[in-house]
Design a protein around this ligand. Structure first.
Ligand code: DX5
Ligand code: ZN
Length: 233
């Protein structure tokens, strides 16, 4: 059975002059996790925030902080993010040469480890660490910016990952990030994702309405209309 959908607003599209209030507002509107996009201006061509801002935001909500590290050599800063109050620490395999060690360290720090796949990254880059992670985040845009269009060619990759996870009997959660909205959430859920990161689809809109619509689409009262035949078995 498909796990209940997790909706994770990405604050990248929030009003940065009122970040704490924005986080409290999406929590009130039904969000499950808060997705925090850390960018270093090197791994991705954009720069956002780091541990001090996350530490300050920790006071705004009790929801888990899903921290997406788009930084080179994340192993050098994971302890600071753990200390700042991160719950999930997600790293890109290309950014961390000794990925196995980095994921081990994240667990030791008391956080939940996850890996993130860029659109061009293959499943083989994470196949030997899959048993170590609680989450695989599949990027459905190239990371760096909010408001980009969903790359539908990632759907077969999500489905192949789902097959691999099921075949191995792993419990990890498949999440998606980039161009996700209430319209495409059902398609993404049908191929096996159960956590949905969304920035521009939520911020600037009616938070409760969008989060509710995404959850409804993902949990799918009408999942049979979108599920592939294999998933109906
Ligand atoms: C992109 C980030 C995303 C981004 C998603 O690099 O990882 O989390 O905020 O924004 P939308 O939902 O607008 O594509
Ligand atoms: Zn992200």
């Amino acid at each position: 059975m498909r796990p209940k959908a997790i909706i994770a607003p990405s604050v990248l599209s929030a009003d940065f002059t009122r970040l704490g209030e924005e986080i409290a507002a999406v929590e009130k509107a039904g969000a499950d996790w808060i997705h925090l996009d850390v960018m270093d201006g090197h791994f991705v061509p954009n720069l956002t925030f780091g541990p001090p801002v996350i530490k300050a935001l920790r006071k705004a909500t009790k929801l888990p902080f899903d921290v997406h590290l788009m930084v080179e050599k994340p192993e050098e800063s994971i302890a600071q993010y753990a200390e700042a109050g991160a719950n999930h620490l997600l790293v890109h395999p290309e950014a961390s040469v000794h990925l196995h060690r980095t994921l081990t360290r994240i667990r030791e720090l008391g956080c939940s480890p996850g890996v993130v796949l860029n659109p061009s990254s293959t499943l083989s880059s994470i196949i030997h660490v899959l048993h170590m992670v609680d989450q695989v985040l599949v990027m459905t845009v190239n990371p760096g910016f909010g408001g980009q269009s969903f790359i539908a060619e990632m759907l077969p990759k999500i489905e192949a990952l789902r097959d691999l996870v099921d075949a191995r009997g792993l419990k990890l959660r498949i999440a998606v990030d980039g161009g996700i909205d209430a319209k495409n959430a059902a398609r993404v859920a049908a191929v096996g994702a159960s956590a949905f990161v969304a920035g521009s689809a939520i911020f600037g809109h009616d938070y409760a309405a969008v989060i509710g619509a995404m959850r409804k689409a993902a949990d799918g009262a009408d999942a049979t209309a979108v599920a592939s035949p294999r998933q109906l078995a």
